[in-house]
Design a protein. Structure first.
Lengths: 152, 165
């Protein structure tokens, strides 16, 4: 499990990662750690797969990328084939099995709206699934995959 | 100014947990580290880089239950409901999406919690605060794919090259 110190460190570095030459040296003092100790702690948390990623997340929409959420009602018999098909597309970044009539939900991105539409049609056709929803993004109100680790 | 190919390629992948994590990317781009740091700060200010830092594996940090909640929100209630969802710590994502025939839901929220019960409690609270009753809970049963979008491929490849196999 995570110690209180681990939680404090993870929270700080997900919320306020310094954009500087030696970011770990800059924040290590806050935790009464040396730069080396902080780095080795983070590496061990990464090894334990608590850290998914360290780096930048681009605002894809501002870079011109268009995206949509697709829901499919896939019969159990063809489920594994359809999952393989969907996951084979590099334009699919997320794919989930969910409870409910529509059991497959994936995000699809492309450089333009016509390309996105063509890609959607292609996947729909290749999957052979009839009940498919193309839930185009109208507005993003919130994207904030930072988590409050306290009181958990 | 939008970042060019070299910068996107160098920054759209993990930084190392090392003393100078930005140095290898700078070297790859052919910039001084100081120039890259200035550029990153500018991209952050412009909103081109949404955020920079650690991304945690939420399933492993105690948030084991995840549910996509879809809401049917009337136009007049949109702003108020969105405010509620935006300010809720349990909600990581909130999108407005087009509806489909037989699918009237237009607001999509990802709700996270320690377990199914805590998610359901959060949803009840959100429903009250937003004043929206009509919703569906679509629990995550399995993560089938989760990757970072390949920005360079998405913005630059020609259409016919897009499909695999």
């Amino acid at each position: 499990m995570l110690s209180e110190l681990d939680k404090t460190i993870l929270k700080e570095l997900q919320d306020n990662f310094p954009v500087s030459s030696r970011p770990f040296a800059e924040v290590s003092g806050k935790f009464d750690l040396s730069e080396e100790d902080l780095i080795s702690k983070l590496r061990s948390l990464q090894k334990r797969k608590l850290i998914r990623y360290l780096g930048a997340v681009f605002a894809t929409k501002k870079l011109g990328i268009r995206s949509t959420l697709v829901a499919m009602s896939v019969p159990k018999k063809i489920l594994s084939r359809v999952i393989r098909l969907i996951n084979s597309y590099p334009q699919v970044s997320h794919n989930y099995l969910r409870s409910g009539e529509y059991n497959i939900w994936f995000t699809l991105s492309a450089a333009s709206k016509p390309q996105l539409e063509a890609l959607f049609k292609e996947i729909k056709k290749r999957s052979g699934v009839n009940k498919v929803l193309n839930l185009e993004t109208v507005k993003v109100f919130k994207i904030d995959a930072r988590f409050d680790l306290k009181n958990k | 100014m939008k970042p060019g190919k070299k910068i996107i390629l160098a920054l759209n992948r993990p930084l190392g947990i090392i003393k100078m994590p930005f140095a290898p990317a700078a070297q790859e781009i052919g910039w001084s580290e100081a120039k890259l740091l200035r550029a990153i700060k500018a991209y952050k200010r412009q909103g081109l880089i949404r955020r920079l830092g650690l991304i945690l594996a939420h399933r492993r940090v105690g948030l084991r239950s995840n549910v996509l909640v879809v809401w049917k929100v009337a136009r007049k209630d949109l702003v108020r409901a969105a405010k509620v969802f935006q300010s809720a710590a349990e909600v990581s994502h909130c999108y407005q999406r087009k509806t489909c025939p037989n699918w009237p839901y237009n607001i999509y929220t990802m709700v996270h919690g320690q377990n199914r019960k805590s998610c359901l409690e959060s949803i009840k609270k959100l429903s009250c605060l937003a004043g929206i009753e009509d919703h569906r809970e679509l629990f995550t049963l399995k993560e089938l794919k989760k990757t970072k979008a390949d920005i360079w491929l998405l913005t630059n490849r020609k259409k016919k090259e897009n499909s695999p196999g």
